[in-house]
Design a protein around this ligand. Sequence first.
Ligand SMILES: Nc1ncnc2c1ncn2[C@@H]1O[C@H](COP(=O)(O)OP(=O)(O)OP(=O)(O)O)[C@@H](O)[C@H]1O
Ligand SMILES: [Mg+2]
Length: 312
Amino acid sequence: MSKKRIGVIGGATEKHSVYMKQLLESMGVDVLLIDTLNFPEHVDFSFGDKLKYQNEEIEDIRSFYVRTVFYNEPPYYLEEVKEGKPIDLDGWYSNYTAERERQAFLGSWIRTLALEGRTVVNNISTFQLHYLKPYQIAILRKQGIVLPKTLVTNSKEELLKFRNEVKEVVYKAVAGGTACRKMTDEDWKDERLDKLKYAPVIFQDYIDGDNIRVYVLNHKIISCNVINTDEVDYRGYEKSVEHVNIPEDVQNMCIKAADICGYTFTGIDIKRTTDNRYVLIECNPSAMFLGVDYRTGDNIAGQLAEYLIKNG
Ligand SMILES: Nc1ncnc2c1ncn2[C@@H]1O[C@H](COP(=O)(O)OP(=O)(O)OP(=O)(O)O)[C@@H](O)[C@H]1O
Ligand SMILES: [Mg+2]
């Protein structure tokens, strides 16, 4: 009998995808690494009566880990434009359309896996919550989860009112991908505030306290650490990572938040204030975990791999 197969959706050379493939193989299963980065140039996906990858059926694969789906936006390499390299601007509309087709297809293909009753961690229909950050805040808040006081706006007037409602303001991107920073005196100057007319921004009450990263898998907490840092946004500035116990009601809050977002597996950022209140910052649908595993030995990767094997 051939070995059980698990799917890893990500990139052929992407770190977490490659790590999970090797780990799962060491646990006795075969792994199909589904490379979304090189689609459509070098990799074939098909959707007919059955889904196919590289022209082969994947009916036997009942369990998938979705690390990442690579989307290109915009369709040009702007760094190359900056360097003055010639690009086909006459073809911008075709390139834009091709990328839209690519995203529509990959999105449908991966969503269909779950529709067919396979385990998909996480189902990518939930990924949009990471991009629609104000909406994630809204659905969590609606269910009673405590988050920082928030204003998302392109209005200078609203922001100036918000400034009076909180002690200190931090700001970050609506779709994510930038560092969270405190508003400085420079930031409060008119010429800077006028930039809100280019794009809206998330403003929040700055929650002073410890950064805690909690991983939830299948309604259970599998790792919980405090991340010591001197920065507002700890990412890239982790001084140390240490195990921490959080009260049962806060554990339940994390599990509930994961459920609300529809994430089987998630890395949740929470803050613990000096007066011992816990405030949830965000649930991440494709949270990285190798750094935490390396520093703590929590073996998040192993627990995720076991879940995939058991549910495949
Ligand atoms: N209101 C806040 N008060 C204090 N620290 C915050 C606040 N919001 C964010 N941070 C810090 O910045 C980090 C990143 O914030 P968050 O995950 O909300 O946004 P993001 O990083 O822009 O999202 P993405 O994961 O898409 O990159 C948090 O883990 C936390 O350390
Ligand atoms: Mg985040």
